[in-house]
Design a protein around this ligand. Structure first.
Ligand code: CA
Length: 293
């Protein structure tokens, strides 16, 4: 029987960001393509079958982005960067690559800037898609200026009242090749905000954190069930994690006692499936009950 193994690490995080005028902060995580990961073999195979070529058999690819291709497309990370150490390099004289970053929370009525930097030869656009109940809808777009030197393209969008999340799309075609870097979807925030920090730095508990388990030591904070086990020091995103077996329906129970529930909050954790995703699973639930003791 095929085993599904997953490693999760809990990460609680609450970000409070005031919308008063201050510094422009990029809300797009990994817009600079600096954080990378690897894909499961089955997804790689599907991409190659669909006409994509990549940087070797097990390429490093940008985390958090989702993409689709139409026709022959070569996509890889290249050291010719606008900032940081690498940019996205796209070669597709006869194909189209559409990169998407989904589910960015927005405030209805607020105005955001968006765009990115490009270089090389090709045609492209950056679009903001509103995730409406009836489906995705393009709210704004800007043509990507792709020139021999790094050039910024920038637009603005005001969020309609029925939109709570947006998807940012970067589409490139006729690229021979084109480089893209530092994609952004920005707001003016009162306090500095680093969207990349959630990926690159371990979460630290703060005054808003109700529960935080990193599996690095607090043995009494959770119960391992049905074959779940703690990994070694490198098994989690940062330090240890917990490994669960699909065949056993393993789980981890983390009790939380509160005098009253807060009006809102988030559940966050790192997940690293190390085999091929076959279905949609529920990975984390918040279950409410009444304690009798
Ligand atoms: Ca970069």
């Amino acid at each position: 029987m095929k085993m599904r193994r997953i490693i999760i690490e809990w990460m609680g995080m609450l970000v409070a960001a005031g919308m008063v005028s201050a510094a422009e902060a990029n809300l797009l995580a990994n817009g600079g393509f600096e954080t990378t990961g690897r894909l499961a073999a089955k997804r790689l195979e599907a991409m190659i079958k669909n006409g994509m070529t990549l940087d070797g058999e097990d390429p490093l690819l940008p985390m958090r982005w989702w993409w689709s291709s139409n026709g022959p497309v070569d996509m890889r990370l290249a050291p010719d960067a606008h900032s940081g150490k690498q940019a996205l390099k796209i070669a597709c004289p006869k194909g189209v690559l559409d990169m998407q970053m989904a589910v960015i929370e927005v405030v209805p009525g607020a105005t955001y800037s968006f765009g990115g930097w490009a270089k090389g030869k090709g045609v492209g656009k950056v679009a903001v898609l509103g995730n409406a109940y009836e489906g995705a809808r393009e709210l704004a777009k800007v043509d990507l200026a792709i020139n021999p030197e790094w050039t910024e393209s920038r637009g603005q969008v005001t969020i309609p009242g029925n939109i709570r999340t947006v998807t940012i799309s970067l589409a490139v075609w006729k690229a021979e090749p084109a480089l893209a870097d530092d994609l952004f979807f920005s707001a003016d925030l009162a306090a500095p905000f680093d969207a990349d920090a959630a990926m690159t730095a371990k979460y630290a508990k703060d005054a808003h954190t109700l529960l935080y388990v990193d599996f690095d030591g607090q043995n009494n904070a959770y119960r391992l069930q049905a074959g779940a086990r703690i990994t070694d020091d490198k098994g989690g995103r940062f330090g240890k994690g917990v490994r669960m077996e699909k065949a056993n329906a393993s789980s981890v129970a983390i009790p939380l006692s509160l005098k009253e529930m807060p009006p809102e909050g988030t559940l966050e954790f790192w997940l690293a499936p190390d085999d091929d995703p076959e279905h949609i699973y529920s990975y984390m639930d918040l279950l409410a009950g009444i304690s009798l003791s």
